[in-house]
Design a protein around this ligand. Structure first.
Ligand SMILES: *Cc1c(COP(=O)(O)O)cnc(C)c1O
Length: 368
């Protein structure tokens, strides 16, 4: 069975639930640590903390957005029982070095493929390098199904364990299914890159009032989601998206090529580091700028979709709240730096030629 087909087998309420299930199947829990990169979102420590384990924070590459192999090597201790490697924005991490470190130390590697199902490293599909990988299919990811995630295991024994635990998972229930359905419909109708800022403001208001499913659990009551499967309506959409995966990949490649070719040489925008062996299929096209704040303000004023994530080293948490996730301010300087200078451009079904040209025109005009 192909990796892509397997992506709709073990489907969970969210991607973070899939991560927790892989960790549990590895026997990870209280007293253990799981290594992951800073420059990520709160969903990641949520998934780790849900197992009882603690995050061990690793810094990212100089000029890049993925785990720095040197930082991993330095920070691995005997307490670390797994390493989660994230392919941020769809750019594959330096898997040659990261896999080598994990193999040498006998620590299982798990891939966070939430930003890509199609990128390759050294000719091989991401998600095939570790003991397993997990995916997310919410708005903003390459395959959009609503809310949900899945796990794919590359190790047979682990696969059996995750599958047998899966029988205990239940559907989110009628009320939750209905809420997610309404949310998906609302999003599909409302969202377009031109209305990005408006939809973002509405979503933030509604999720802080509890009217829609937000991205993070504000009160820290994480337990409930971690026993749930993906809503059945989302699962159906996921199967349709998977059937179109090659077309979606080709479109994404074309849009990224256009952004890259149009913005090369800009004095205010720098490219993000991409490993030589990497063949990225981008979820969004990232750029580095010392003028992040100014660009975002201008983009909002002109109704141009430019996203800020990650806004902090663990989006959306400010450093005052990092204690709860065990991240020491200043301990991951590259991640903090990148959060202050990263912007990203849309790549999705509604990113047509008009949008890409308008976005590039906006960014080129900034230079003058
Ligand atoms: C979206 C995302 C997740 C978590 O996905 P959920 O489905 O929201 O739990 C994890 N890692 C990365 C890099 C993501 O982008």
């Amino acid at each position: 069975m192909s990796h892509l087909t397997k992506m709709s087998e073990l489907t969970y309420y969210r991607g973070r639930v899939a991560l927790a299930e892989i960790l549990k199947a590895l026997g990870i829990g209280h007293g253990d640590e799981v290594a992951l990169q800073a420059f990520t979102c709160l969903a990641m420590p949520e998934g780790i903390l849900a197992t009882g384990a603690k995050p061990c924070w690793i810094d990212i590459e100089h000029g890049g957005v993925n785990m720095d192999p040197k930082s991993l090597e330095e920070r691995l201790s005997d307490g670390v029982k797994a390493v989660v490697v994230q392919h941020t924005f769809g750019i594959p991490a330096q898997l040659d070095l990261l896999v080598e470190i994990c193999e040498r130390r006998g620590i299982p590697l798990i891939e966070d493929c939430c930003h890509t199902y199609a990128s390759r490293f050294a000719g091989r599909l991401v998600g095939e390098f570790g003991v397993g990988a997990f995916y997310s299919f919410e708005w903003g990811k390459p395959l959009v199904a609503g809310i949900g995630g899945s796990a794919v295991l590359n190790d047979d024994a682990l696969d059996q364990k995750v599958k047998s635990a899966y029988t205990g998972f239940v559907s989110p229930g009628k009320k939750s299914e209905a809420k997610i359905g309404v949310q998906y419909a609302g999003y599909s109708v409302l969202y377009s890159p031109k209305r990005f800022w408006m939809v973002r403001d509405i979503f933030q208001k509604l999720s802080s009032s509890g009217a829609v499913e937000g991205n993070y659990n504000p009160s820290g009551e994480i337990a409930a989601d971690f026993g749930l499967r993906m809503a059945s309506s989302c699962r159906k959409r996921l199967e349709k998206q998977i059937a179109k995966a090659t077309i979606i990949e080709e479109r994404a490649r074309g849009i990224a090529e256009f952004y890259k070719a149009s913005l090369v040489g800009s004095p205010v925008l720098k490219p993000v580091f991409v490993p030589e062996l990497a063949d990225p299929v981008y979820a969004r096209f990232p750029l580095i700028s010392a003028f992040k704040k100014e660009i975002l303000d201008q983009a909002r004023a002109h109704n141009i979709e430019i996203a800020e994530w990650y806004s902090t080293a663990v989006h959306p948490l400010g450093s005052a709240d990092w204690k709860a996730i065990g991240l020491e301010p200043g301990s991951c300087p590259h991640a903090e730096q990148r959060a202050s200078e990263i912007i990203s451009l849309p790549i999705n079904a509604k990113t047509n030629r008009f949008v890409t040209h308008r976005t590039v025109g906006f960014l080129s005009a900034l230079v003058e």
